[in-house]
Design a protein around this ligand. Structure first.
Ligand code: ADP
Ligand code: ZN
Length: 453
């Protein structure tokens, strides 16, 4: 069986199994994790050389055979795999098993262009479900919970990933899917939902609808926690969601090319996401040079999954920017953590020569007490220069009050932006609801410079 079943010595230390995936060990040592990773790496490369035309071609491009890759250091000899490689090999070029063994296709949401397709064997699905069960358990969910899954069920991996993981953990699942906010809230009330999952931006929207409907989450709902991800979000947004629903809100990370959700998540400490080192090798690289960085240094996350049958990948460049945190966690999980994702390398805006991630803009404007969570960044050419405008929603009261107050808020925000990024920007305050809501990932940036190309 192609799966990373740990060494017998590690086994004893684990609590219990879920679909082949071992859930929440606290006693596994760093040494055992690395041995496990290297054992699985050798297996993945050996099988890849035999079964995956893509891995075979990557090995020969580097003048290597599977025998040359035995350790984590050896892995650095291998070329990277990129999203473009997946697009170039669309749809079946990455397949490493007969098509009849594939039981499922998924695709990425296509946030940055044509979506990429991923395939799963039954065993891949089982492992994914186990990894997701691990995520949900880490955020404190148990079989006593009822979870509403407010993600699209379809090509996008979010809905199914959470669904299988939650079922595997024995959670009562409500597969309500994305959209129809009023209905979502009614279901929450009627079914006494204790947890829900969606994008953080949709959770904010749901909070507004609850408010409009006169639903008081503290009195009318039974929610105690929520698991959010699929897009960057800041601490301020977490605070807003937590306050609005009277819950604990946890971050989780994943991408369809690696399985979907199920790669990393926060524990009760809510400070960095543990990633499953017994199932993935993570390197952090300088996105410009490809050089591997030390733990603690910020760069692009590159993952090698160690368990996949239908679509093994070596050194997949995610484009996502973060760093490996080197501090130990109070939860005593042995797996390292990554910091909140800053954004994707291709989301980075270069404005008047300054590199800025949308999440950094959010960080600045969210400090203002008038920040409600909804904003949009508009970049366009103003003559030869780049112009940056941030549309930010504020409460209606501000518009019905004194014009001076409105101008004051605007000025304060423009000053904060200038003192942080050393460039000027315009702040446009708009009424609540003026910025389009999304059922999934929010569209934060409209770059009209790009659109004109
Ligand atoms: P895509 O959006 O690339 O079409 P996916 O639907 O698979 O593909 O989404 C995966 C991407 O979503 C990740 O690569 C990352 O950019 C983003 N993402 C997922 N989880 C998080 C998170 N917790 N924080 C920030 N970004 C996230
Ligand atoms: Zn922890």
């Amino acid at each position: 069986m192609h799966l990373c079943i740990p060494l017998t010595c590690i086994l004893a230390a684990y609590c219990y199994f879920l679909g082949g995936v071992i859930i929440l060990s606290t006693k596994i040592s760093r040494y055992d994790i690395i041995s496990q990773q290297e054992k699985q790496l050798r297996y993945t490369i050996r099988e890849g050389e035999k079964k995956s035309p893509w891995i075979k071609s990557q090995l020969s491009k580097a003048g290597l055979t599977a025998n040359d890759i035995k350790t984590r250091e050896d892995l650095q000899k291998m070329p990277f795999t990129t999203k473009q490689d997946l697009r170039d090999n669309y749809p079946f070029g990455l397949l490493a098993c007969p098509l009849e063994d594939v039981v499922r296709f998924h695709a990425s949401s296509g946030t940055t262009g044509k979506s990429t397709v991923v395939y799963y064997t039954q065993e891949d699905i089982n492992t994914w479900a186990g990894l997701m069960a691990r995520v949900l358990k880490t955020t404190g969910l148990t079989n006593k919970d009822t979870m509403q899954i407010i993600y699209t069920y379809g090509f996008f991996t979010g809905g199914f990933g959470f669904h299988y993981g939650a079922e595997r953990l024995g959670i009562s699942v409500i597969p309500s899917g994305a959209g129809n906010s009023k209905k979502q809230l009614e279901i929450m009330k009627d079914f006494k939902t204790t947890s829900f999952t969606s994008t953080p931006s949709y959770a904010l929207h749901l909070a507004e609808v609850a408010d409009e409907m006169g639903v008081d989450p503290e009195k009318d709902l039974s929610l105690r926690q929520g698991v959010f991800g699929a897009e960057p979000w800041t601490e301020k947004i977490r605070e807003r969601i937590e306050q609005a629903f009277d819950i604990d809100a946890y971050d989780n990370y994943g991408l369809s090319e690696l399985c979907g959700p199920g790669v990393a998540c926060e524990c009760e400490e809510k400070n960095g996401m543990h990633f499953w080192e017994d199932y993935f090798i993570l390197e952090v690289i300088d996105p410009d040079t490809g050089e591997v960085l030390q733990d603690g240094e910020k760069g692009e996350l590159v993952f090698t999954p160690l368990w996949r049958q239908a679509m093994p990948l070596i050194r997949y460049r995610t484009g996502d920017i973060s760093r490996i945190m080197d501090d130990e966690c109070t939860c005593s999980l042995p797996f390292k953590k990554i910091e909140r994702i800053t954004g994707r390398s291709d989301d980075m805006l270069i404005i008047k020569g300054v590199n800025i991630f949308p999440s950094q803009i959010e960080e600045v404007i969210s400090q203002h007490p008038e920040f409600r969570g909804h904003y949009q960044i508009i970049v366009e050419k103003e003559g030869a220069m780049d112009g940056l405008t941030i549309c930010m929603e504020v409460t209606e009261n501000l518009f019905s009050g004194n014009l001076k107050d409105l101008l004051q808020v605007q000025k304060e925000l423009e000053n904060s932006m200038r003192s942080t990024f050393f460039i000027s920007s315009k702040i446009k305050l708009v009424e609540e609801g003026a910025i389009p809501r999304s059922m999934g990932k929010a569209k934060r940036v409209i770059d009209n410079r790009r659109n004109k190309k």
